[in-house]
Design a protein around this ligand. Structure first.
Ligand code: BGC
Ligand code: CA
Length: 299
């Protein structure tokens, strides 16, 4: 019955491919290469990829309401002007922790940017623990810290009614939920909604679909899993031909394709031989479910 198909649309494009965001107006997929220090933009119509280089690790990129993008570079949030390739620093976080860097981020339906940080990573998933935090940034660039003692701040998204915030600290190997107050942007009442099973690796990036279910990238698990956040039941598993799956978002003409990023960093020579597509971006079609447009940062 199922006609799920997986294809690699951008080949071995990244050391750590991350943070995919669909840009509906242009039918572009934005994503970053964290360790390769570049922001990438794949045009799904022409199949061309453009990039903007950054002078430090770039963890995320999101569209900005006033035009252009904002990205997380090192510990700074920067404005990105694509045409001039110019980056302008807007605000910094974790000034007291110079070894930290941003990791995953997402914009809430109001336009607030939620972005997390992590400590120095010796090798993939081996990190200085509890150094990270989760912040939000509002349109006037006010920064609020919501959580500290985070190991690897990763996937995040909101329920369709905006009353729940879903969050992943990868090393806990759980997907968590908080109550969300969309008027104030505050989070409370943390609980675990899913624990990774054997073989699923670490939970990394995630996205919500139009039916309110979560799609979670499984780093070292070679798959994306679909979870019902109400029951905590895993509904579906999509296998990919590479193990280090980092994040996903819906895109395509009607948001019915799932785009999935991956990493090659940390694979040895034999592993790379077995997964030559590591670091590529994949498109999963035929899932029978749609996603939602991404939000733009209001600042
Ligand atoms: C981070 C990587 C980390 C991986 C696994 C990614 O989001 O950027 O540095 O190794 O998650 O948790
Ligand atoms: Ca991630």
């Amino acid at each position: 019955m199922s006609s799920v198909k997986v294809e690699c649309v951008v080949k071995a494009s990244a050391v750590i491919g991350e943070g995919p965001v669909w840009e509906e107006s242009q039918q572009h997929l934005l994503f970053v290469d964290i360790a390769g220090q570049k922001i990438q933009r794949w045009d799904s119509v022409t199949n061309h990829t453009q990039s903007v280089e950054t002078d430090d690790m770039v963890a995320f990129v999101v569209p900005r309401k006033s035009g252009g993008y904002v990205a997380g570079v090192g510990r700074s949030i920067v404005a990105v002007d694509w045409s001039t390739q110019k980056l302008t620093s807007l605000v910094d976080v974790d000034e007291d922790k110079p070894n930290n860097r941003f990791n995953d981020a997402k914009v809430d339906p109001i336009g607030r940017l939620f972005a997390g940080t992590m400590g120095r990573e010796v090798r993939p998933t081996v990190v200085e623990k509890q150094q990270g935090s989760l912040f939000s940034v509002t349109s006037d660039l006010t920064v609020t810290k919501h959580l500290d003692q985070v190991d690897i701040s990763n996937g995040l998204d909101w329920s369709l009614d905006q009353k729940t915030f879903f969050y992943i600290d990868s090393l806990s190997r759980t997907v968590d939920a908080f109550d969300y107050d969309s008027d104030t942007g505050s989070i409370s009442n943390r609980r675990v909604i899913y624990r990774m099973e054997d073989g699923e690796g670490f939970p990394d990036g995630m996205t919500i679909d139009a039916e309110g279910r979560l799609w979670v990238a499984c780093y070292n698990g070679g798959r994306v899993i679909n979870i019902d956040p109400i029951t905590g039941v895993r509904l579906q598993t999509v296998s990919l031909p590479v193990t280090k799956i980092t994040s996903c978002c819906f895109g395509g003409v009607d948001y019915s394709d799932l785009y999935v990023t991956s990493a090659s960093l940390g694979l040895n020579e034999t592993e790379i031989k077995h997964q030559p597509l590591a670091g590529g971006v994949f498109r999963v079609t035929g899932l029978g479910v749609k996603g939602l447009p991404s939000n733009s940062f209001s600042g």
